[in-house]
Ligand binder design. Structure first.
Ligand SMILES: [Fe+2]
Length: 361
């Protein structure tokens, strides 16, 4: 287990730990999205924390949803031109993953973007991450998933980029639309499931999965009804970070690999897309594992989970052609297949892929 990130999870985490943030460098490249970090107060908090300690900053706010390699390159270029010597990612998974790739590229300015997908030196600029959604867990993982435009695939860069500091404040979820909270919380549930049903799981990753599932299950009713309770927001963010620590050890598996087909071809948000395949994965897993996970998250059966998914995400129509293409593609994806602890042949893959389509649509 290796998760070398100092984590603070509390109300006002950014301002409370401004001195720790400030020691990361002299001038920060702040990487964020176009709107939400201005609305939820996270960007203001980061800027106040930097000003408090006389640090300079430049803001890159052009991160799109499902960021592409080109965005990370543009972001790193701004950081280099502005003379930034550390990076702060603020927002959901997209800005956080872009910040990681930019921190890596800024450290290797003479090389091109090709270096992202070549193994080797993982060194990167110092990095601080401030999440504002409750799904990606990116603030504690080494992964940076980017869209490779030329190949039309979403793929993690081949370098391990951990932040040195993660500041988690549930208040930033308060202004998020309920659909964002639902989609991202589903992502964290899928991280927990894929990490538990995983060859690389060990006692430590299972410890994070167990705590994450309990916390997620205790607070999941808020995904149906919404909530004003700050403790619930903090808990959903904690469950997401615990899920992140678990996949930092195990990586994700087939449902994540399949989800990218729905996201790239249909624009379905990440959490909803992974959630579409997670019941199929659970159905194919060993019964004891399936029952264990469902019980910990407070579901009485797989049907109970499916109904929950349908209530919070609605019906999703996916063409048989796309599902078949996803199934075929995944059979040729050793990266996502290798951590799966059960045998997957074409028949098992198709049952998993078509499970939701056959059961709830
Ligand atoms: Fe995910």
């Amino acid at each position: 287990m290796y998760v070398p990130v100092r984590v603070y999870s509390e109300e006002n985490a950014v301002l409370n730990h401004s001195h720790e943030l400030a020691v990361f460098g002299r001038k920060a490249l702040i990487v964020t999205g176009k709107v939400s970090s201005r609305k939820n107060g996270s960007l203001d908090d980061v800027i106040s924390a930097l000003k408090m300690h006389g640090r300079e900053f430049t803001v890159f706010d052009k991160t799109e949803e499902n960021p592409c390699v080109g965005t990370a390159v543009m972001c790193a270029r701004q950081g280099i031109e502005e003379g930034a010597d550390f990076v702060i990612g603020v927002g959901g998974g997209s800005p956080l993953d872009t910040a990681k790739a930019a921190a890596f590229l800024m450290k290797h300015p003479k090389n091109g973007k090709e270096l992202l997908y070549q193994t080797g030196d993982d060194s990167h600029f110092p990095l601080v991450l401030v999440p504002t959604t409750c799904g990606t867990g990116s603030e504690v993982t080494q992964y940076s998933v980017l869209l490779r435009e030329e190949l039309k695939v979403k793929k993690s860069i081949l370098h391990s980029v951990f932040a040195g500091l993660a500041l988690i404040d549930g208040r930033y979820l308060k202004s998020a639309p309920l659909t964002i909270i639902r989609n991202t919380a589903l992502d964290s549930f899928c991280h927990l499931v894929e990490s538990r049903i995983n060859k690389r799981a060990d006692s430590y990753s299972r410890m994070f999965v167990d705590s994450g599932l309990l916390l997620w299950g205790k607070n999941r009713s808020a995904l149906e009804s919404g909530t004003d309770d700050p403790a619930v927001y903090q808990s959903l963010m904690d469950a997401s970070a615990m899920a992140g620590m678990a996949i930092a050890q195990t990586s994700t598996t087939v449902p994540h690999g399949l989800s990218y087909y729905l996201t790239i071809n249909m624009g379905i948000p990440h959490g909803k897309a992974v959630g579409y395949f997670i019941a199929g994965y659970l159905s194919a897993a060993h019964e004891s594992e399936r029952e264990y996970i469902l019980k910990k998250a407070g579901f009485s059966s797989l049907d109970d989970f499916q109904e929950f998914y349908l209530r919070i995400c609605g019906k999703t129509e996916v063409s048989r052609e796309l599902l078949s293409a996803a199934s075929e593609g995944m059979l040729k994806n050793p990266q996502k297949l290798s951590p799966v602890p059960f045998e997957i042949d074409r028949d098992v893959m198709e049952k998993m892929v078509f499970f939701t389509s056959n059961h709830i649509n």
